[in-house]
Design a protein around this ligand. Sequence first.
Ligand code: HEC
Length: 149
Amino acid sequence: MNIKKLAAISATALAFAASATGGGHSPIEQRIAAMKAVGGQMRTLGGMAQGKVDYDDFAALSALEIMRDAAITARPLFPTGTEMGFDTRAKPEIWAEGSDFDAIMGQLIANLDAAIAAEPADLASYRPLFGAIAGTCKSCHEKYRAPEN
Ligand code: HEC
């Protein structure tokens, strides 16, 4: 392969890398989308916990799995350097020393894993599992999410 061709290929690769990190796919936009996917399952999960929707173990498990995947996706999307931009509601405390942000995200994923492993067959066994999950949303948002702009 000659040098010119190689240079052309690496320029294309560079342009591709730039478009993957910039434009419409910044970590901030990706994490907001991932968190929306986490929140999207609350209609099903919260609705069943509150008795607004009949408990259905299959629907609960599917929603828990989608939520867990979304939380796993969101977790690494808070790198340093993403404190500002794209109307983020992430508070700077996330990146401050002594922050337990990642630990709470880990706790959410652990609670989701536990709920999935338990395969709750009825509402009575589902409710406390859901309570633990919802508790992690609240404790993290109170500390690390700013009010809506
Ligand atoms: C470890 C912290 C943490 C946990 C746990 C967490 N969140 Fe969040 N969440 C955030 C932060 C920070 C943002 C703001 C992200 C941004 O704007 O960059 C956010 C954003 C969101 C959004 C998007 C809001 C918008 O801007 O449109 C929704 C919806 C949401 N979270 C729902 C949930 C639900 C439901 C749970 C629990 C099942 C949960 N979150 C658990 C930290 C957390």
